[in-house]
Ligand binder design. Structure first.
Ligand SMILES: [Ca+2]
Ligand SMILES: [Ca+2]
Length: 368
């Protein structure tokens, strides 16, 4: 019986590298703003794990020496947004004498709401491990419905409180950060797209659109392929939507700006693979070289229309669109695809400006 317990625990621990030790003496409570895990109880050691899943993980190792806690791996309960069910797997050590039996009552609350109130499970002290069905493949604690779905309906950080009350066999309680991470976008491959795949930008401030396929907890983003510290930032993923990033300003505008990204998954740590994307930075405004008005021709007596002929140039991204405005330059004039010849009213001044592929506008030019 003992070997069965050890095997089950070993599988659990290897599966997700999730080891939590519940020590006899409690640890100092941290400030509520940045919840630190707290463990108390009389169970001498306990494992808490989650079903192997890309959307759910409980991680971390708690040192038995409280002084070392600040150097410990981060401990927390991580779930993806939208998760509808979670199974926790428990195992515990006791110093109760061999043959002591009892039952273990698991309880789970998420952000202060009770999330599990299942039956107590029989357990017995067989050697040092508590033998109980809490770590069997379909055992443990299954959480479904509200309050789990309430908590996972939005991305954010809260608090999870878990307890295992095994009476004479011992008790353990965990209080740990509850982190709901963004779910992996299902329309993106793992990787990065600067400005959602735009070819050009007119600003060094860009948005990084990421795709991934697990519990993405943090990313390293760099403007350097070797991830030199001065060019690299580690960013925790705690919000939905693209990440803000600043590409470097180079003297030579013709070189594309490349961004390098590495992913950190909760269950698997830092990944070796580097994803990259590049974009061309074009901050130079295009120019209207000439704007000339052609008459509508002698045949049109009413002269109700004229033809505006425009020549424009851009250093890099090219001319993409234009505005033509009668009477005075109007920023609200309709933006249309660039054309070299445009019909305009037969009388009055006409202004034109052009926009390049990166979004830079030229100065207005009056047709003459
Ligand atoms: Ca790109
Ligand atoms: Ca340009």
């Amino acid at each position: 019986m003992k070997s069965m317990g050890m095997t089950a625990v070993g599988r659990t621990v290897v599966g997700l590298s999730a080891v939590l030790l519940a020590v006899g003496s409690g640890l100092p409570t941290a400030a509520a703003a940045d919840p630190a895990p707290v463990y108390t109880g009389t169970i001498t050691e306990a494992y808490l794990d989650a079903q192997p899943d890309q959307t759910l993980a409980v991680i971390g190792t708690l040192p038995t020496n409280p002084a070392a806690a600040k150097n410990a791996d981060p401990i927390g309960w991580y779930m993806a947004k939208g998760l509808q069910s979670a199974r926790l797997v428990w195992a515990a050590k006791t110093n109760a004498p061999f043959g002591t039996s009892g039952s273990c009552q698991p309880s789970v609350s998420l952000d202060g709401q009770e999330a599990y109130s299942g039956p107590a499970l029989p357990a017995g002290a067989g050697g040092e491990w508590l033998l109980m069905p809490l770590y069997l493949p379909n055992g443990g604690t299954l959480l479904e419905g509200p309050p789990l779905s309430d908590v996972t309906s939005k991305v954010g950080v809260g608090r999870a409180d878990l307890a295992l009350d095994c009476g004479a066999l011992g008790t353990a309680t965990w209080s740990m950060p509850l982190v709901v991470l963004p779910s992996a976008p299902d329309d993106r491959e793992p990787g990065v797209s600067i400005d959602d795949g735009a070819d050009f930008t007119n600003s060094t401030k860009v948005k990084l659109h990421l795709g991934w396929d697990g519990l993405l907890d943090k990313v390293k983003v760099s403007n350097d392929g070797g991830f030199a510290p001065s060019r690299t930032k580690e960013i925790k993923v705690r919000k939905e939507g693209p990440l803000d990033w600043t590409v470097i300003e180079l003297a030579a505008e013709r070189i594309p700006r490349t961004v390098y990204v590495k992913f950190h998954y909760i269950a698997y740590g830092w990944q070796k693979q580097t994803y990259t994307d590049d974009i061309i930075l074009d901050t130079v405004k295009p120019e209207v070289v000439s704007a000339s008005m052609g008459g509508s021709g002698a045949a049109t007596l009413s002269a109700s229309q004229r033809t505006l002929r425009v020549r424009a140039k851009d250093n890099k991204s090219g001319i993409a669109s234009m505005q033509v405005s009668s009477g005075k330059p109007k920023k609200k004039a309709k933006v249309v695809k660039f054309r070299k010849a445009v019909k305009v009213p037969g009388a009055g001044p006409v202004f034109v400006r052009v926009r390049d592929g990166a979004g830079n506008w030229s100065r207005w030019r009056v047709a003459g």
